[in-house]
Design a protein around this ligand. Structure first.
Ligand code: FAD
Length: 597
């Protein structure tokens, strides 16, 4: 941990850049800021190798053309835009897809052990939405491989004495509780009203001490908010903290109503069964043993985009063609033992360990579950947010490359392409010296620390009231039931009402564990407060969007309505009250069309 000055009883850490999050986005950004000589801190609520990125299974998209020679970044961009139901900003998609081949080659040079074709080239398999073998993979443990590679690139530098490199400090198991800003007129040309980043406050989870971080640039790389829903493939830590931190600091969120439900999560635990399983040739069966995707996407079948396959499964289940009223089957038996062992070893282990079945002999029971957050902190193609000095990238951000529905394999790509650009952009924007008012920033951080202290002590002092876990469970159930795979106006209004009732009970939340040491209950209670912010943003955005587009499917408005809704939803707090605004989608070379699969 870096040297800290103690002020007003709080340790204060000063760095050029603070990166909140040590998943692929945060680590990739840090390589750039350190290379540019910036003193960089990575703050993460878990050890870097426990970020959710480690769980990514199926792969990362890049038009390398190794499997089929005539692939191109333009085709990749078209598939992405079409998959997004035309809500993605086409210039952002272009940046991502153009840079994909170089990003994958760079990872390979860093040391990622990609699976190979027999001739030694990086192997590629088809994923949903493209039906094209464009997804590079490391068996079904792609995220694990890439995360370890990037971490290896950085651990060395923590102790590096290379004078050209910036210092790097990891703050592991530090939970960021708020962003801090400071007014500084010199940073907003001529208006005299500029506010900018001053730093953040965090709890050291090991001993509950409060720490202040002072920095001129801060990157949010905090991942998604899957744990807002009962059934989710996400790690327990995916509580969307970055979105609520940003919202409370005055930064708007974008397109929060678009939540991806993955078609195939293991029945019972909702652990992900990668799309790679269908990419390798696995297919779906209902309780009549029909390949029901014929009805929903006759051309693409199981490799239609996730929103379409998830809805198809849910419809089969709701119309009585599921097993035990809850799941359908994913059949891999015809792939045979060798293929499964080579390309899907993790899926076989998950099925054996968590369902007691071997997919070589028995189909896997699957059902849709929340998987990805397309919406997030509103950021531009340069990863800057509305607040000077605050950047956002990766799953916590919305820039937007995924629009209304993300294609499998594009999220890992987003993390490394835009993580790198974020680091480069911060490197340019944050010279080691300059006119930033460090003392003013430190003062603002100290003031925030004392407020955070009061908030946390009040929570710990409460001896009775609402149990944190039951309130959290009710919130998650409400979100899944009212804002799940299928949505409907009146039902969502009821859901929002319920949500606000639950939110009103938050101030009574109490936890039994008062220990200062690794108090996970305290962290969960703080996460829960942020989850309520996010839930409201999802709910209000979903109610206002009176159309069906991508993952947002409304029974009362079953058609896409480009005239009224080909725009992004911007959600912000003004004087503490939620406000919805809209932002036009940046179209480009691909004309808006119907999505046929
Ligand atoms: C099971 C699963 C499989 C997937 N498979 C694929 C795939 O095959 N291909 C693909 O393209 N995508 C896949 N995805 C999606 C993809 O893995 C993620 O979108 C991506 O890895 C997110 O990376 P990230 O760096 O943005 O965030 P994460 O990896 O989620 O990291 C977030 C970081 O933020 C930190 N953090 C959060 N809040 C705080 C706080 N308050 N204080 C301090 N630190 C904080 C966490 O500690 C963590 O280090 C998968 C997702 C899941 C859940």
């Amino acid at each position: 941990m870096g040297d800290a000055e103690k002020k007003a009883g709080y340790p204060i850490h000063s760095h050029d850049v603070v990166i909140v999050g040590a998943g692929l986005t945060g680590l990739r950004a840090a390589i750039e800021t350190v290379n540019r000589g910036l003193d960089t801190a990575i703050v993460s609520k878990v050890h870097p190798l426990r970020a959710h990125s480690v769980a990514a299974q199926g792969g990362i998209n890049a038009a390398l053309g190794n499997a089929v020679a005539d692939d191109s970044w333009e085709d990749h961009a078209f598939d992405t835009v079409k998959g997004s139901d035309y809500l993605a900003d086409q210039d952002a998609v272009e940046i991502m897809c153009k840079n994909a081949p170089a990003a994958v080659m760079e990872l390979e040079h860093f040391g990622t052990v990609f699976s190979r074709f027999p001739d030694g080239r990086i192997a590629q398999r088809p994923f949903g939405g493209g039906m094209f073998p464009r997804t590079c993979y490391a068996a079904d443990r792609t995220g694990h491989n890439i995360l370890h590679t990037l971490y290896e690139q950085l651990v060395d530098r923590e102790k590096s004495e290379n004078a050209n490199e910036g210092k790097l400090t990891f703050y592991e198991e530090f939970f960021v509780t708020s962003l801090v800003k400071v007014g500084d007129s010199s940073f907003e040309k001529g208006t005299g009203k500029g506010e900018r980043c001053a730093g953040c406050t965090a709890i050291n989870i090991a001993d509950r001490s409060l720490h202040g971080f002072v920095c001129r640039s801060l990157l949010l790389a905090t991942g998604g908010f899957g744990r807002l829903f009962t059934r989710s493939t996400n790690a327990l830590i995916n509580t969307g903290d970055g979105a609520s931190l940003a919202l409370r600091a005055g930064v708007p969120l974008k397109d929060m109503e678009f939540v991806q439900f993955h078609p195939t999560t293991l029945y019972g635990t909702n652990i992900l069964i990668t799309e790679g399983a269908r990419g390798e040739g696995g297919y779906l069966l209902n309780s009549r043993y029909e390949r029901f995707m014929e009805k929903y996407a006759p051309k693409s079948m199981e490799l239609a985009p996730r929103d379409i396959v998830a809805r198809a499964i849910q419809q089969e289940i709701e119309e009585g063609r599921g097993f035990e009223g809850s799941y359908v089957l994913l059949d891999l038996r015809h792939l045979k033992e060798k293929k499964i062992a080579e390309s899907l070893p993790g899926i076989r282990l998950i099925s054996l360990d968590f369902a007691g079945i071997d997919p070589i002999e028995t189909p896997i029971p699957v059902q849709p579950g929340q998987h990805y957050s397309m919406g997030g902190v509103a950021a531009g193609n340069d990863l800057a947010t509305e607040l000077l000095g605050i950047y956002a990238a990766g799953e916590c951000s919305c820039i937007s490359v995924h629009g209304a529905n993300r294609l499998g394999g594009n999220s890992l790509l987003e993390t490394v392409v835009f993580g790198k650009f974020a680091g480069q952009k911060i490197g340019k924007a944050s010279p080691a010296s300059g006119s930033w008012d460090r003392n003013g920033a430190e003062q603002a951080v100290l003031e925030k620390l004392s407020l955070e202290d009061v908030r946390i002590k009040a929570l710990l002092r409460r001896e009775s009231g609402v149990k944190m876990h039951s309130l959290r469970d009710e919130l998650k159930k409400t979100m899944f039931e009212y804002f799940g795979v299928f949505r409907e106006g009146k039902k969502m209004e009821k859901g929002l009402e319920k949500l606000l009732e639950l939110k009103a009970r938050y101030p009574e939340v109490h936890i039994n564990n008062k220990s200062p040491l690794f108090n996970q209950a305290l962290i969960s209670a703080l996460e829960l407060e942020g989850l309520f912010d996010i839930a409201e943003a999802v709910a209000r955005g979903a109610i206002a969007r009176q159309e069906s587009r991508g993952s947002h499917s409304r029974a009362d408005y079953p058609e896409r309505d480009d005239e009224k809704f080909l725009y992004h939803t911007i959600y912000r707090l003004k004087g503490g009250n939620p406000v919805l605004e809209s932002l036009p989608v940046r179209l480009g070379k691909f004309p808006v069309k119907e999505r046929v699969y």
